[in-house]
Design a protein around this ligand. Structure first.
Ligand code: ADP
Ligand code: MG
Length: 504
């Protein structure tokens, strides 16, 4: 629609400690348009929008607003120029209400502002109403969902007359319903003539919302294309120079005896009568819709949810697993779905995170950690997993999502357990990192590990599994061998709601 860009980034480069993370990147943003920015984790997307949003200063290149060169000193000056950066983790103040959060930014300035709160409450109610959001001006922020807090950030940007709204992976923490609401909001903003930058890695979302798509790879601009010319295959190819099918390769591995067996596991209100087994070298997929009870079953096996009934056998012996430590002693490891909450200690180093599950093995007799041994192990696994990092002393929170996931997996690899439970192992990571995780899962099976893999992504289940259980509403509704796998059958079984009530 619009032709004249509001923002033009020309030949932008950025180095951190001498390393190029962006090189000569061109990017522009037009009114009334959603411009998607995609690329593998670590491609430089966040760095680029942080330069546009005044967080980082570029090492080279030029930023133009309405054709005039600008140099932002800080995010505040970018905001004044009409550019708002919405963060993935909303920066709302939990102890304040909606209106206080909305106007906090405005009231900062010279002298003590006289605030007419009644007027502000009226203003924010009008704003919220115009945006069609449920919340009201006096609602407390504490306890709100991430989605609602994002809405506050968007409302805040609008109250400051932002012309450009940049969203960095806004859907990463949202449910399907919340994504739909956010997309409605984005369309509304577009109609109002706002310019939107949308960073994401779910290509179906990108194709739904974007008008134009720019792809970065390793800090370089690969290209830009209008929505009409884009499809999943083309975008994947631009992002990683390969097609998605080529990414998931299943290797044939000899399959041995049953090493993990669950018999009639039940937990009131969550799952009932779960009987399953996993053999040495086998990858067993657990398919189903979100909320089918798969993670809860995994938690039972790993001992984080001990109050279930039923029995678990490890290598033929009945196992009393009441906590994760006992599970680990029996050779069971789990890569959990929520790496931020349970998988990693973000402020600590990569080295620490990789090795703290096995401190016993590398500690010397006197309890000191043998740093040489630790450094060697970490180096070996980081290389193996292709973790992109400066060095192993870097804090985990500085890594991109995909690389964080690799650190979690490395952590459990180092424990050398025989049974591995992977709960959504590729959630929140881009296709390139996914490919590396697939390679790794194959490799683990080859080493003879028994793998139980929960995944909501059908291609993953179809390509990698030797056998698949499907869960729906807390029950196993089907089991398929690799030869009989078929997406339609799995979808059917995943949505066959059983009215059978779970024991209360
Ligand atoms: N503050 C920083 N200091 C050092 N390196 C950084 C910093 N921020 C990002 N990087 C590095 O820059 C590269 C690009 O990161 P980023 O822009 O976050 O990528 P994306 O958002 O595409 O995943 C990564 O290799 C990352 O480790
Ligand atoms: Mg990023």
């Amino acid at each position: 629609m619009s032709t004249q860009p509001i923002v033009q980034a020309k030949k932008i480069s950025k180095t951190f400690s001498g390393v190029y993370v962006l090189r000569d990147v061109d990017f522009d943003i037009c009114a009334g348009e959603v411009h998607a920015l995609i690329g593998e984790n670590g491609a430089g997307k966040t760095t680029l929008v942080k330069i546009i949003g005044g967080v980082h200063t570029p090492s080279g290149g030029q930023l133009l607003i309405d054709d005039h060169p600008v140099q932002f000193k800080n995010p505040h000056s970018a905001r004044q120029a009409g550019i708002a950066l919405i963060h993935q983790e909303p920066l709302t103040f939990q102890d304040l209400n909606v209106t206080e959060n909305l106007y906090l930014g405005h009231t900062r300035g010279r002298g003590t502002p006289v605030i007419n709160w009644n007027q502000l409450y009226r203003q924010s109610d009008a704003l919220l109403e115009s945006l069609d959001v449920r919340m009201r001006s006096r609602d407390p922020v504490r306890g709100m969902t991430i989605a609602d807090q994002q809405m506050i950030e968007i409302a805040c940007a609008l109250s400051q007359n932002a012309k450009v709204i940049i969203m960095d992976e806004p859907t990463a923490a949202l449910s399907h319903g919340e994504v739909a609401t956010l997309f409605e909001m984005i369309r509304k903003l577009k109609q109002q003539g706002k310019a939107i930058v949308f960073i994401g890695h779910r290509l179906d979302e990108i194709l739904e919302i974007a008008d134009r798509i720019t792809v970065l790879r390793d800090g370089n601009l690969v290209g830009e294309c209008p929505r009409e010319d884009a499809d999943q295959d083309k975008l994947v190819h631009m992002m990683i120079n390969r097609t998605f099918k080529e990414l998931i390769v299943k290797e044939t591995v000899p399959i041995g005896d049953v090493v993990l067996e669950a018999k009639s596991l039940s937990y009131p209100g969550q799952y009932a009568d779960i009987t399953l087994n996993v053999r040495k070298g086998e990858i067993v997929g657990m398919a189903g819709l979100v909320g089918a009870g798969r993670s809860e079953v995994a938690s039972a096996i790993f001992g984080t949810q001990p109050a279930f009934t039923g029995d678990i056998y490890v290598k033929g012996k009945k196992a009393a697993i009441r906590n994760p430590l006992q599970a680990m002693k029996l050779g069971i490891s789990m890569v959990s779905e929520d790496r931020a909450r349970t998988g990693l200690v973000a402020p600590f180093s990569i080295k620490f995170n990789m090795t703290f599950a096995i401190l016993g093995r590398i500690a010397s007799r006197f309890g000191f950690i043998q740093s040489r041994k630790e450094a060697d192990l970490v180096k070996q696994y980081a290389k193996y997993l292709n973790v992109r990092m400066r060095d192993s002393n870097q804090a985990v929170r500085e890594l991109s999502g995909g690389n964080q996931q690799k650190v979690v997996i490395a952590k459990w690899l180092l424990t050398e357990s025989d049974i591995l439970i992977l709960d959504e192992p590729t959630r929140g990571i881009d296709v390139g990192a996914k490919a590396e995780v697939y390679k790794l899962i194959n490799e683990l099976a080859k080493q003879g590990k028994a793998i139980l893999m929960i995944s909501s992504e059908l291609p993953e289940i179809l390509q990698l599994s030797d056998r698949v259980y499907v869960m729906c509403d807390g029950h196993i509704t089907a089991e398929f061998n690799r030869g009989e796998l078929d997406s339609k059958k799995i979808m059917m079984a995943a949505s066959t709601a059983r009215k059978r009530s779970m024991a209360k």
